[in-house]
Design a protein around this ligand. Structure first.
Ligand code: CAA
Length: 258
């Protein structure tokens, strides 16, 4: 499937989706987000894909929602189209892991898009920010909620109120990203993490994603109960038997995703 604003490659069971609007630093317009929701949904449904990597260019992961496209809209337009909600909801329905590989700017909607992914690996030139305040608005696709959960209230308030950018070292220190690598190694590092995930049982991978995401949606008591029940449930799978038998027989497991 050919896209106007994305480049999609599938190799070794990993889909690499590259945002491709270089003239606008990958600003998220409705075309791009619509195509991205479509590409992610297709990768999720494709048996040849076990993990997804989402990246941009070396200069920008994405410099935010497209300001040109938004600037003339009124409340009725934004409310009527429920601005970017259908697209982000579609991304959140993806059950396979999505790794964000971020180089350069991840601002506004770009930072929010990275945070919708399951984890973020960034390049040493990455800059994260929620500068919507400079445009007279607030983050609109989850920034005030997700950034606060990921880096805490003080840093989140600082970022949203001053509009300042966070560099890669601060992002790692704050827990926003899982790894920082030199820019030239970003995509190889993300692909290697994705391939490592692709070796696991796809069934267990989906369960892990559900469990960790649950911790952002519910109380600790309910989250612990959810985890315990799915842990028990996994003992009904062939992959649990295979994983534990392989360990005892000192060999690599051959998972069958069942
Ligand atoms: N929307 C539309 N176009 C954008 C854009 C955006 N968010 N960000 C950059 N561009 C365009 C610029 O207009 C410019 O296009 P032209 O050459 O046609 O003028 C091109 O990309 C290159 O950008 P710059 O010349 O500005 O590049 P720079 O290196 O000097 O600066 C930057 C880079 C600091 C990222 C700067 O472009 C910038 O501040 N961008 C806007 C960042 C921003 O405010 N993002 C939040 C958007 S609102 C949002 O995202 C709401 C939400 O939560 C949903």
């Amino acid at each position: 499937m050919a896209y106007e604003t994305l480049i999609v490659e599938i190799e070794d069971e990993v889909a690499l989706i590259r945002l491709n609007r270089p003239e606008a630093l990958n600003a998220l317009n409705s075309k791009l987000l619509g195509e991205l929701a479509e590409a992610l949904t297709a990768a999720d449904a494709n048996d040849a894909v076990r993990c997804i990597v989402l990246t941009g260019s070396e200069k920008a992961f994405a410099a935010g929602a497209d300001i040109k496209e938004m600037s003339e809209k009124g409340f009725v337009d934004m409310f009527g189209e429920d601005f970017f909600t259908p697209e982000t909801e579609a991304m959140l329905r993806v059950r396979k892991p999505i790794i964000a590989a971020v180089a350069g700017y991840a601002l506004g909607g770009g930072c929010e898009l990275a945070m919708i992914c399951d984890f973020i690996i960034c390049a040493d030139n990455a800059k994260f920010g929620q500068p919507e305040i400079n445009l007279g608005v607030v983050a609109g696709i989850g920034g005030t909620q997700r950034l606060t959960r990921f880096v805490g209230k003080s840093k989140s308030m600082d970022m949203h109120l001053t509009g300042r950018f966070m560099d890669a070292a601060e992002a790692e220190r704050s827990g926003l990203v899982s790894r920082v690598v030199p820019v030239a190694k970003l995509v190889p590092e993300a692909l290697s993490a994705a391939r490592k995930i692709a070796e696991k049982s796809a069934l267990t991978v989906k369960v892990v994603k559900e469990c960790v995401n649950r911790s952002y949606e519910t109380t600790l008591r309910e989250g612990l109960l959810f985890e315990r029940r799915v842990f028990h449930a996994l003992f009904a799978t062939e992959d649990q038997k295979e994983g534990m038998t392989a360990f005892l027989e000192k060999r690599q497991p051959q998972f069958r995703d069942r």
